[in-house]
Design a protein around this ligand. Structure first.
Ligand SMILES: Nc1nc2c(c(=O)[nH]1)N[C@H]1C(S)=C(S)[C@@H](COP(=O)(O)OP(=O)(O)OC[C@H]3O[C@@H](n4cnc5c(=O)[nH]c(N)nc54)[C@H](O)[C@@H]3O)O[C@H]1N2
Ligand SMILES: Nc1nc2c(c(=O)[nH]1)N[C@H]1C(S)=C(S)[C@@H](COP(=O)(O)OP(=O)(O)OC[C@H]3O[C@@H](n4cnc5c(=O)[nH]c(N)nc54)[C@H](O)[C@@H]3O)O[C@H]1N2
Ligand code: SF4
Ligand SMILES: [Mo]
Length: 745
């Protein structure tokens, strides 16, 4: 029976497939999987339908006479070379932009070789889904701990008190926190006597499963958290314990939150001061506690400040880096939080470049996705005239999708690596598809770094590819060959050897690597006969913290060892990593980074302003049976009650003359949509909710199932000018809107 890690969400569940010939007969959760222990959600089972979906592209499409038509791989690469190279010659590399979408982090081919394309293209115009998602958490973690990916996650299996803001893992299955079977882990925590408090403007399924739910006014988490910190100081509840020796800036934090008393923020957050003080006392009293914030706390006006204050709470209560608190995973391979000299480093910097039109600072080498349209539209040196999208659907996922769609139409040339002809790729001149996920190997190079337990698992392909054609890593190497001027016919075997050799050389030259000082050629030979991502994974495992070290540690990990253990290898619960994990210049946790303290000043100006504005504000939501914009074409997940509805509190509905099931017109600065109303007391008064990833009625897409229930694109309402200024992350929650009744068609 083949086993397979589900590539769809961050839970990374192990699946057990029953297969006959090229058919999958059934999909179950793999009960023996070392991490997911049998859990599966409806999307995992839909993997089979993705494999079979007649709309899934299996051959390149090239635009001829205005239409996207099937073409051979040779024709498609030749088209890229002919059209792209003159643009690079005329405009330089910055004339080419790249947008990387979310599946890039779920796919080793795209994740590891997408970086190769970026390195060879050397454009400053890099954009990704990170700036409509988690960039604020990466930045706050970078400033505090010295690495953008040194992100602490709740050690839920040993935790007694979990305070969760802006996350709904019962539907999302967790994010920046790989925690498969969250429902059971939460249940077990509560059975042990633990307590979970959820802070969310909607009473979500997670809020219902928790012990307590607090409505919060969208966009005010930084105020709430600053007040928690204030109360910890005020009531003498600060106790960093053994962390104290490793923390800088405790007094600066105390000063920074001085005016953010629970009493001062209560009106803004719409949470009584006594409740905030109660949470602070519970948090401080719990033997082992963790505070966790996710997309609701990131995609908002004070995203970075809120993300920072989450960890300030963890530090001040002594819960950072201790069992049952918020801990740092140690992944077996590709662990960005484990490279280089231990305990001290250079910290992180941002703003090494600024975007051409708006002057937004670069963060982690990227500009905000919300800047992409203006960088395409605005003439002048550095204007984007050609674009690669890699597994992304920014027309539906980024703010002001209508403006972006118009901008894409104005490009001279666009290439999409994608498996669907959808709302974004319909603008492309060439679409290059990958194989079915069942025809590719899988290794979680990203999510093992955010996992609630350290494990290592690998899935080989279940089937050989149905059609000829390159795997996506080979496509990316071909594109790298083209942009470096070697042409579409470049020898990609040679390029791939350069890729692995550079990895080996980096490790061999790193004094902290287990393979420091070894011979590059000897290590390269030891990886034979593997190629592509599998060779990179084998090297990363063997030279990693649990690796066999190429003969040094016979029991250590290698890809062969994972192949022999199809349910994965358990590497144990998370262990403390401070001070070793720190890469700040001081070698300490920076509790009060200057930029964050200054941002709190920006918040202070709004204190005492009550809710901030009189109208309604819009937030998003996720549903278990969807995954951002791209799984609505699978019959198992589509159908049923309409899910793209506007949730509104009955009091607001009545006031505005809206009826349940009727239509509403929703307007923001950026745009207008008409959508069906769903009344529910589960949403806070003054707040409306619309899920993102819908709007499948655009001309030119090929999504037959999704088109039957298209929904509307909530990102027509999101404002491309509303950003968290530090991280460049888009504000997708707390968008001011007006709502009125509309006539149904
Ligand atoms: N309003 C609002 N907007 C949001 C959010 C929100 O909460 N509210 N959430 C944001 C978040 S968290 C994210 S991550 C982004 C996602 O933003 P994007 O990544 O831009 O969008 P996705 O919907 O994930 O689109 C994924 C694309 O990858 C393609 N694809 C899937 N698998 C593969 C594969 O194996 N290979 C290739 N080549 N292509 C593949 C799909 O066909 C699809 O085109 O959306 C963001 N947008
Ligand atoms: N089923 C499903 N699973 C998914 C996805 C999907 O689309 N569908 N997408 C995947 C991706 S890419 C990601 S990033 C993760 C995201 O995973 P989560 O972060 O768990 O995402 P959501 O379920 O959108 O939960 C966000 C919550 O924040 C609340 N919220 C909105 N504004 C605020 C605010 O200002 N303050 C507070 N405290 N709360 C607020 C919303 O009401 C919502 O309940 O999910 C992943 N998993
Ligand atoms: S929770 Fe569902 S979508 Fe996420 S990995 Fe598990 S089976 Fe796949
Ligand atoms: Mo995401």
């Amino acid at each position: 029976m083949p086993y397979r890690i589900c590539p769809f969400c961050e839970a990374t569940c192990g699946l057990a497939l029953e297969v006959e010939g090229r058919e999958v007969k059934s999909v179950r959760g793999d009960a023996a999987d070392v991490l997911s222990r049998g859990f599966v959600c409806p999307k995992g089972a839909a993997l089979v339908q993705l494999d079979r979906d007649p709309d899934r592209l299996r051959q390149p499409l090239v635009r001829r006479g205005g239409k996207l038509v099937p073409a051979s791989w040779d024709e498609a690469f030749a088209e890229v070379e002919q059209r792209l190279m003159p643009i690079i010659a005329a405009r330089g590399n910055d004339g080419v932009g790249v947008y990387l979408g979310n599946p890039t982090v779920h796919n080793i081919s795209l994740g590891l070789y997408g970086q190769v394309l970026l390195r060879t293209l050397r454009t400053r115009n890099i954009y990704s889904a990170s700036t409509v998602d988690q960039m604020p958490k990466q930045l706050s973690s970078g400033l505090m701990f010295g690495g953008f990916l040194s992100i602490a996650v709740p050690d839920i299996d040993r935790c007694d008190y979990l305070l969760m803001l802006g996350a709904n893992p019962l539907d999302s299955n967790g994010s920046l926190w790989t925690v498969p079977d969250f429902p059971a882990r939460l249940r077990q925590m509560r059975q042990r006597g633990g307590r979970c408090v959820v802070v969310d403007p909607r009473r979500t399924r997670t809020a219902q499963a928790a012990d307590e739910h607090l409505f919060i006014r969208p966009g005010t988490d930084a105020f709430f958290l600053a007040a928690l910190v204030h109360a910890l100081f005020d009531e003498d509840l600060v106790g960093p314990g053994t962390l104290a020796a490793h923390v800088n800036g405790v007094d600066d934090v105390r000063a920074a939150v001085a005016t953010f008393s629970p009493e001062a923020v209560a009106a803004r957050c719409d949470i009584p001061a006594a409740t905030i003080r109660g949470v602070a006392r519970e948090l401080a009293a719990a033997p082992r506690a963790a505070v966790y914030g996710r997309i609701g706390t990131c995609t908002q006006e004070f995203g970075t400040a809120a993300s920072w204050l989450v960890d300030v709470c963890n530090v001040l209560t002594g819960n950072l880096d201790r069992a049952g608190g918020a801990m740092f995973p140690l992944a077996a391979a590709f662990a960005a939080n484990s490279h280089g000299r231990k305990g001290v480093g250079r910290g992180v910097v941002t703003g090494r470049r600024h975007s051409r039109v708006r002057g937004a600072p670069e963060v982690m080498g990227e500009f905000p996705a919300a800047c992409l349209a203006e960088e395409i539209e605005t003439p002048g040196p550095g204007q984007i005239r050609a674009l690669f999208t890699v597994a992304g659907n920014p027309v539906l996922s980024t703010p002001n999708g209508a403006r972006l769609a118009r901008a894409l139409e104005s490009l001279e040339f666009m290439v999409s690596l994608d498996i669907y002809l959808n709302e974004t790729t319909r603008h492309a001149d060439v679409i290059l598809p990958g194989h079915s996920p069942l025809e590719e190997s899988h290794f979680d190079f990203a999510f093992n770094q955010f996992s609630c337990r350290n494990t290592a698992r690998f899935s080989p392909p279940v089937f050989a590819p149905e059609r000829d054609g390159p795997a996506e890593w080979q496509t990316l190497l071909r594109l790298a060959g083209i942009v470096t001027g070697q042409g579409a016919g470049a020898d990609i075997d040679t390029l791939d050897t350069l890729v692995i050799t550079s990895q080996i050389e980096r490790a061999v030259g790193d004094a902290s690597s287990p393979v420091h000082g070894r011979d590059t050629g000897e290590l390269l030979d030891a990886l034979e006969p593997r190629r592509g991502p599998e060779r990179l994974v084998d090297f990363a495992l063997r030279s990693g913290p649990y690796g066999d070290g190429f003969g040094v540690n016979a029991d250590g990990l290698s890809l062969a060892k994972l192949e022999a253990n199809p349910h994965g290898v358990d590497l144990g619960p998370l262990s403390p990593r401070i001070p070793e994990i720190l890469r700040t210049a001081s070698g300490k946790i920076e509790l009060a980074p200057t930029a964050l303290v200054a941002d709190l000043e920006r918040a202070r100006a709004l204190l005492g302003h009550g809710q901030g504005h009189d109208g309604l504000v819009l937030v998003g939501r996720r549903h278990l049976r969807s995954n951002n914009s791209w799984m609505h074409n699978l019959p198992l997940l589509a159908g049923g009650r309409p899910r793209c509805t506007l949730l509104i509190n009955p009091n607001d509905a009545q006031r505005l003359g809206l009826v349940d099931g009727g239509m509403a017109r929703v307007r923001s600065r950026a745009g207008t949509v008409e959508v069906q109303v769903e009344q529910t007391a589960d949403i806070m008064p003054g707040v409306v909710s619309l899920p993102h990833g819908w709007g499948h009625d655009l001309e030119g897409a090929r999504l037959e199932v999704a088109r039957r229930q298209p929904g509307v694109n909530s990102n027509l309402l999101a404002d491309e000018y509303a950003l968290d200024p530090l991280s460049g992350n888009a504000v997708l929650n707390g968008i001011p809107v007006s709502v009125e009744a509309a006539k149904a068609d």
